[in-house]
Design a protein around this ligand. Structure first.
Ligand code: PLP
Length: 437
């Protein structure tokens, strides 16, 4: 039945139909169990979103209690209690100045909202022509049409170009593959941004960026200071900054938000994934008062933000998000991530000298291991080698789930993972890499 009727996302169904399908039946802690009862470590947090593990009593309870009240009611012109409480909480934990919360249901829709808000912000202020966006090379912001328009991964995005709005693309500082290393990579990024802003700021609405770690391109970490300098340039030239914290938010990088690592306060910030602890699809776009006030007017001025989704501000999702944030506080999750991250860093250090390990990149519990055919020349594996896929399949045989990004092996464990679990998972990771390379 799975093969007959299900069309899986980001999946070549011809490959899938020829494979041994994995069908998950239940989860407990950081383990997932398939219908045959086989156990797997959730080594990529079910696509980068699980925080406290699976089947968590406190989170289950929050949903059941809310279910006994109301499962859903709209936010269009009305409110519900968990949505209000969560908004207040989010304003308290996000960077300074973000005081308004607009809900949606996935990272992509959160990005879509940020883009439309930035666009309409300038329109509402009566400033003509600021209609374009700047993005970064290899950026990924989700799969809806607006999010793809500011996406820059050719494999995913090029086919859709004719239906998208064009964006300016500046280089992302990919130090490992830059001849000048970290310093020069960052200089190139900042120079490109400065040049663009000096000549074209009057036609640019916003810069959108994955702060500190570019995720889907291969877990690529920015050189220190890069994000804050980009933010300063945006401020200087009157261009909004949209921080897409969908992947990096909620402790993943060792700070509650990656922007906190460099004291950056964006004009708009998108959160999703870990917001509900990895339980239900809720995302949000946070805005400053300055942005909000550009929309706040008498109705006939036509400044309303005409955007919303049927399930915007879903009470079940907001209730579980509140319960997740309570666990963050009670369990000192963010501090815990920093300690666990150094344990993993130490553990993976042994892999660095292996002949096909090009670079190990890590920020908090967000880790990417780039495999190369030749360590000296950094020659990549041909994508037909499917080195990433084969490594992940081996990891699965050894009892851990992960999903590669091309030749980059991803290790993004649930934040709750214990040292013993991290130890076991990194052993599997190492064994899988050595088996395949
Ligand atoms: N933005 C970033 C930085 C992401 O990494 C992702 C997903 O991986 C998204 C947006 C899209 O989120 P979603 O899959 O919830 O639409």
């Amino acid at each position: 039945m799975n093969k007959d009727h299900l069309w899986h996302p980001f999946t070549q169904m011809k490959d899938y139909n020829n494979s041994d399908p994995l069908i998950i039946e239940r989860g407990e802690g950081i383990m997932l169990y398939d219908v045959q009862g086989r156990a797997y470590y959730d080594g990529f947090s079910s696509v980068w979103l699980n925080v406290h593990g699976h089947n968590v009593p406190e989170l289950n309870q929050a949903i059941t209690e809310q279910l006994g009240r109301v499962a859903h009611s709209t936010l269009l012109g009305m409110a519900n209690v968990p949505a209000i409480e969560l908004a207040e909480k989010l304003v308290g934990i996000t960077p300074e100045g973000l005081n308004k919360v607009f809900y949606s249901d996935s990272g992509a829709t959160g990005v879509e909202i940020a883009i439309k808000m930035a666009f309409q912000y300038w329109h509402n202020k009566g400033i003509q022509g600021k209609t374009k966006f700047i993005t970064m090379n290899q950026a990924y912001h989700g799969d809806t049409v607006g999010a793809v328009s500011v996406g820059a991964i050719p494999l995913y995005h090029d086919v859709f170009r004719p239906m998208l709005f064009p964006s300016h693309v500046i280089p992302y500082p990919y130090s490992y593959r830059h001849d000048g290393g970290e310093t020069k990579a960052m200089e190139d990024t900042l120079t490109a941004l400065r040049n663009l802003l000096e000549t074209r700021a009057d036609e640019i609405a916003a810069l959108i960026v994955e702060p500190i770690v570019q995720g889907a391109s291969g877990i690529i970490v920015m050189p220190p200071g890069c994000l804050s300098q980009m933010a300063n340039l945006c401020r200087k030239y009157g261009v909004l900054l949209i921080a897409d914290e969908v992947a990096t938010g909620f402790g993943r990088t060792g700070a509650m938000f990656a922007c906190d690592l460099e004291d950056v306060s964006p004009d708009l910030m998108v959160i999703g994934k870990g917001l509900t602890g990895g339980y239900l699809p809720v995302a949000a776009t946070l805005a400053t008062d300055e942005v909000y006030e550009a929309f706040y007017a008498d109705y006939q001025e036509q400044k309303t933000f005409f955007h919303g989704h049927s399930y915007t501000g879903n009470p079940l999702g907001c209730a579980v998000a509140l319960a997740s944030l309570k666990l963050f506080e009670e369990r000192n999750m963010v501090e815990g991530v920093r300690a666990k991250a150094s344990f993993v860093e130490h553990k993976l250090a042994a892999l660095k000298d292996r002949p096909h390990v090009g670079e190990i990149r890590q920020k908090g519990l967000m880790i990417g291991i780039e495999l190369v055919r030749d360590k000296i020349s950094r020659e990549t594996y041909d994508w037909a080698d499917r080195i990433g896929v084969r490594t992940s399949l081996r990891a699965r045989e050894l009892g851990m789930l992960t999903r590669p990004l091309g030749n980059v092996i991803v290790f993004i464990p649930p934040l709750v993972s214990s040292e013993a679990e991290l130890d076991a998972m990194t052993d599997i990771l190492e064994a899988s890499i050595l088996h395949v390379t």
